[in-house]
Design a protein. Sequence first.
Length: 339
Amino acid sequence: MPLPASSQFQFTPDLGICRVLNGMWQVSGAHGRIDPERAVEAMFRYHDAGFTTWDLADHYGPAEDLIGGFRQRFAAERGVERLSGIQAFTKWVPYPGPMTRPIVENAIAVSLRRMQVDRLDLLQFHWWDYGDRRYLDALKHLADLRNEGKIRHLALTNFDTEHLGTIVDASIRIVSNQVQYSLVDRRPAAKMAAFCEQHDIELLTYGTVLGGLLSERYLGRAEPGRGDLVTASLQKYKNVIDAWGGWALFRELLAALKAIADKHGASIANIGTRYILDQRAVAGVIIGARLGVAEHIADNARVFDLALDAEDVAAIQPVLAKSRYLMRLIGDCGDEYRR
Ligand SMILES: NC(=O)c1ccc[n+]([C@@H]2O[C@H](COP(=O)([O-])OP(=O)(O)OC[C@H]3O[C@@H](n4cnc5c(N)ncnc54)[C@H](OP(=O)(O)O)[C@@H]3O)[C@@H](O)[C@H]2O)c1
């Protein structure tokens, strides 16, 4: 089931990606138990379907080790030369503290070892406290490590527009910022996207299918209680929906999306994903995969054949117009991590 050419994106001159990335927070343990064997089997299925790009982090439980295990088996079965068809984007989310060269270098060495790579395709850096300007020290060391060949490209996650600007002003080349972006959380459209376009920075988005809430499974359903939200992802995005306008409005959104989905022979998740893929500066949407537990490969593959027309976009607007403005309520991208 090869994906159409439209699934591909030239992320950087030397790196192509699949526009739907496989998210690995879902293997962290907070989304159900993951069996490593079954997880690696599932990784082959994603890869073979054309979903060749992975998003992970140092703190997503065994995610980096799973990439290592997958690469090892892949090389043994298919040849080392084909490893370049896998793209694995990790993150470094350090505890606040001094950001010396040895500290930064050691952290990167751990990821290199766990993922069994000589060079990280993409290192996405997170920082908890803008009051502590040592994020610039960390980024300068990371840029040096990139120049020395340990990292192919340097990126960020959850940085707001202002601090992304500070980093650009410091002449540190950043290729992407990973942010929450969905029909419910459209904050990146306020400032971030335009800034990124201006500075040749791509957006990678998460929360786009709202942990699975943006699907037929919740269409017409009564508001789920805390006990029904069995993954950390469902809990996270239910909170976002509550802030945005609540469950009744979300049901309206699901109904509007279902009508569009039916018109295109697609799913609600497809419509939500396509909508974000079509936004300015968006290179890719990350969709979480509970590897070996649940799979949506065939459904998510349909997003590449889908084109939303002006009528579809207009049909969603009346619902969105009733929602609260999250930019005012929460702040710019990533501010929810810094309160
Ligand atoms: N940078 C950050 O701070 C940050 C934060 C959060 C996430 N992320 C990244 O983004 C990734 C995605 O995480 P997320 O929190 O945004 O989760 P998500 O992608 O919104 O939700 C993933 C869940 O959606 C369901 N799903 C996927 N495709 C579907 C489809 N076609 N139809 C119906 N349901 C579908 C699945 O639920 P079931 O498994 O129950 O079927 C899946 O586990 C993470 O793995 C991580 O890589 C980054």
